[in-house]
Design a protein around this ligand. Structure first.
Ligand SMILES: N[C@@H](CCC(=O)N[C@@H](CS)C(=O)NCC(=O)O)C(=O)O
Length: 126
């Protein structure tokens, strides 16, 4: 039986680009009071506690993670946004700040990360 007072719990790591995607969606959709945000900084006792809390629910813990409904754990930023968007009746494609981030800085960061990986790979093969 689902609890009527349950709010989705979002586990967000500071400075994580995928977590910022979820955070921007929540802010722009005006959903801050509809979710519980568990923020943490990398390499802190809080991170260890959150990892211990999440590890029974995932093969590998990653961030963002969320408990969207009681017992329903998800760890994929796009799936978390899609769930929250449906709940709020919002279309992320029509949200200016969210779209600016995902199509701009986020896409560029992913491209640079991949280029960096490829460069490291070819450098180590020399
Ligand atoms: N495809 C995932 C990627 C998430 C991801 O790679 N997150 C990084 C943090 S920026 C992570 O969890 N790394 C492993 C870790 O922190 O243990 C998503 O979109 O949610």
């Amino acid at each position: 039986m689902s609890e009527p007072t349950f709010k989705p719990i979002l586990y967000l790591k500071e400075n994580c680009p995928f977590c910022l995607k979820v955070r921007l969606f929540v802010l722009e959709a005006g959903m801050m009071s509809d979710v519980v945000i568990r923020d943490f900084v990398a390499d802190t006792a809080e991170e260890s506690a959150i990892r211990a809390e999440l590890s029974p629910h995932f093969e590998k813990v990653s961030f963002p993670s969320a408990q969207l409904e009681p017992g329903l754990f998800i760890a994929e930023s796009d799936d978390i946004v899609a769930f929250l968007a449906t709940k709020a009746g919002r279309d992320p494609a029509g949200m200016t700040v969210y779209r600016n981030y995902t199509d701009g800085v986020f896409t560029m960061a992913m491209k640079l990360w991949k280029e960096n990986q490829d460069l490291k790979k070819s450098a180590s093969a020399i």
